[in-house]
Write a protein that binds this ligand. Sequence first.
Ligand code: PEP
Ligand code: MN
Length: 337
Amino acid sequence: MILVLKSGTSSDQLEELCVWLRRFGVQTNPIIGSEMSVVGLVGDTSVIDIDQVRQHEIVERVMKVQEPYKRANRRFHPDDTIVEVGGVAIGGPDIVLIAGPCSVESEEQIAGIARQVQSSGAKLLRGGAFKPRSSPYAFQGLKAEGLLYLSHAREQTGLPLVSEITNVSQIEMFEAYVDIFQVGTRNMQNFELLKQLGQTRKPVLLKRGFMNTIDELLMSAEYIMSGGNDKVILCERGIRTFETATRNTLDVSAVPVLKRRSHLPVIVDPSHAAGDAWLVDPLSKAAIAAGADGLIIEVHNDPSRALSDGQQSLTPAAFDALVPELRRVAEAVGRRI
Ligand code: PEP
Ligand code: MN
């Protein structure tokens, strides 16, 4: 349930209303917005007498929320959420580029790529240290050593880090090294992991499961947010369809649908959707045109020798050539990179 407040409501009046509502056993989430202020109620609202709430002096109107996701819902939070990390704002007017290799392979490799993608315009560095591979015989990542090398690359460049967490037991280690927890497509419904990340206070980049609906993605965001961590960044990375010409099918329409249903930032991973480096350019442009707040792109120093996802990785030079083109698309839709 959402209560839209009358303009001119004082903070004392708001607090008084929330105290009264909490007596019914529901949680109150007041949001002071630029256009309007609302109080979102979470819990069993059936015990509340709606007519009594409607008559309250600071309540303009009462809206029922049909969707099962509450905190992630745009109705609960009419303004866009901006997630800040290391001086970078994700979800604001600027489109944020995140770049780096699929896997961290050595200290020199990640440091070198970090410097190159930064000079091209990337604002965050990505790199996997714990790799969820389809084959147990494929490279599984450098694990803690990989996180250490990432942190050295951050020391040298100042770029905040994004890396994928695959298990609850890694949270403490990630807290020490990484700026954003990445939850990969295979773990989007690892509810124990989501609940534990809800207890942390670092942003979570939540990738859509390749077999999951948009609403299921929002419910996974709700798991994190219901624990008290509202710094969630949603990521469309392609879904499995009957089409085999691409590794996955980039669901471009997920971007505007997510932006409409939710206030959370939405970014796109064209690399895992495409599966092939040449497709990263058009998919990136489509994502920006559709309203994405950022892109996460795989860049490797030597794609043909990469230990994972080389086929879809751009060289640093290709990334450098792509960024000015992305800037032009961003400008066309009133954004900046
Ligand atoms: C990755 O980012 O390297 C990755 C494994 O992504 P996804 O979970 O989208 O497959
Ligand atoms: Mn990858």
